[in-house]
Design a protein around this ligand. Structure first.
Ligand SMILES: Cc1cc2nc3c(=O)[nH]c(=O)nc-3n(C[C@H](O)[C@H](O)[C@H](O)COP(=O)(O)OP(=O)(O)OC[C@H]3O[C@@H](n4cnc5c(N)ncnc54)[C@H](O)[C@@H]3O)c2cc1C
Length: 386
């Protein structure tokens, strides 16, 4: 017999929904999660799986990312899920890239980042996946880790069900929420608090509030190789020069202006499609490559071959892996606000929408969920350890 009265109802089994469900259930709340698809199919299964504090701007967002990382590690350990805790390298092949990295490293201690400049040999000692020709050095940061998003999104619901009795209803769209009632395609529920983590679906629930919030979408193209030979390890997840102009953490560097100018002059097509290069490894050893950024509420259904070509060309300039042939191509879409790092809406008392963590939803998920739970009074500051 299902219990249709719960403390917390969560809409969406993406990473934000699961993070909220985990923290509420860990606190002893009764929790139900509704997902309209047979399994999560949104941004959370389409990403690199990078937990990437180094990309967050200093201050509140970087602190949230580090706290989120702690909660990720706690959850991964409890659920016995693997991760790659190898940190990250931002590699420099041009003197202006090295200049930005060196400037960032100089400022980093005062800004709360733990990182260092590695010379060429020290960089190559950390990663056998890098081309040595022309390599100048890299930014080494130990705080990044990689999970396999498809594995996490498939296994975490099982863990939450078994360990905490969280109820999951897949194939169950939520049609409306009028607090305390949650109307689904499979009947009505009553919840003390409803958390809506519906990703980039702005049209089903509270469409007027979404429209007024200014939220939009971003489409990203991605590629993946076949699993690499057994025993070959990527080591640290990789980023390169183009990434320095993408993550706001580096915007404190004055030398960034010259780097941006060179890219704009020499590689305008990379600016046009918002391309930078990130490289991570999945649980089965495949290499995930990306990505591009096309903004706007209307998402082009069709991928652009030019974008895949540009991503591959740039990535090949620094990456060397045993098998670089592409086995999978896809695109993902995330919700994004032009100015805010995420959005929280309260369309009714007892109902909270948490979405649009842009390209940082894996990184921020557990930290953002913890913040929500504290603000909603569902988690004490003591148990949140803050
Ligand atoms: C290609 C790509 C690469 C990325 N790489 C990274 C990365 O490496 N690191 C990082 O930190 N971030 C990354 N991101 C960002 C990150 O993936 C997202 O910010 C995050 O996954 C958003 O999670 P979410 O739970 O809000 O949304 P989603 O994962 O989209 O989940 C929302 C869920 O809600 C369900 N839903 C919606 N409406 C309803 C309804 N009415 N009823 C029932 N269910 C509903 C949807 O079906 C969906 O499953 C990347 C994103 C993309 C697209």
């Amino acid at each position: 017999m299902q219990n249709r009265t719960v403390d917390v109802a969560v809409v969406g089994a993406g990473i934000l929904g699961l993070a909220h469900a985990y923290l509420a259930a860990r606190e002893g709340k009764s929790v139900v999660v509704f997902e309209r698809h047979p399994q999560a199919m949104g941004a959370s299964v389409r990403n690199f799986g990078m937990i990437w504090p180094i990309g967050q701007p200093n201050g509140r967002m970087h602190e949230m990312a580090l706290r989120s990382r702690e909660l990720w590690l706690e959850m991964l350990e409890m659920a016995k899920l693997p991760s790659r805790r190898h940190g990250s390298l931002h590699v420099a092949y041009h003197s202006d890239e090295a200049a930005v990295i060196r400037e960032f490293v100089e400022r980093a201690p005062g800004l709360g980042y733990e990182c260092e400049w590695l010379n060429r040999d020290a960089t190559l000692a950390r990663s056998e996946a890098l081309r040595p020709e022309g390599l100048l050095g890299a930014l080494w940061s130990p705080t990044e880790l990689t999970v396999d998003p498809r594995q996490i999104l498939a296994v975490l619901p099982e863990f939450l069900r078994e360990r905490y009795g969280v109820q999951f209803h897949f194939n169950t769209p939520v049609l409306s929420v009028v607090h305390p009632y949650v109307e689904t395609a499979r009947g009505s529920w009553e919840a003390g608090t409803t958390l809506i983590c519906s990703g980039d679906d702005f049209e089903t629930l509270f469409p007027k509030e979404f429209a007024a919030s200014g939220v939009t979408r971003c489409k990203l193209q991605m590629l993946r190789t076949s699993p690499q030979p057994t025993g070959w390890e990527l080591g640290p997840a990789l980023a390169a020069g183009l990434t320095l102009r993408f993550y706001t953490s580096f915007s404190v560097c004055e030398s960034l202006q010259a780097l941006r100018k060179r890219f704009a002059e020499e590689m305008p097509e990379y600016d046009r499609w918002g391309i930078h290069a990130l490289v991570s490894q999945t649980a089965d050893g495949a290499i995930t490559l990306g990505d591009s950024h096309e903004y706007g509420l209307t998402v082009d259904l069709f991928n652009k071959e030019e974008i895949d070509h540009l991503i591959l060309e740039y990535t090949r300039s620094f990456l060397r892996v045993p098998d670089m042939s592409v086995a999978q191509r896809w695109h993902g879409v995330y919700a994004k606000h032009p100015d805010k790092p995420y959005i929280v809406l309260e369309p009714q008392s007892g109902v909270r929408v948490v979405t649009a963590p842009s390209g940082s939803g894996m990184t921020l998920s557990f930290g953002l969920a913890e913040q929500s739970m504290i603000e909603l009074g569902l988690l004490s500051k003591e148990s949140a350890n803050v």
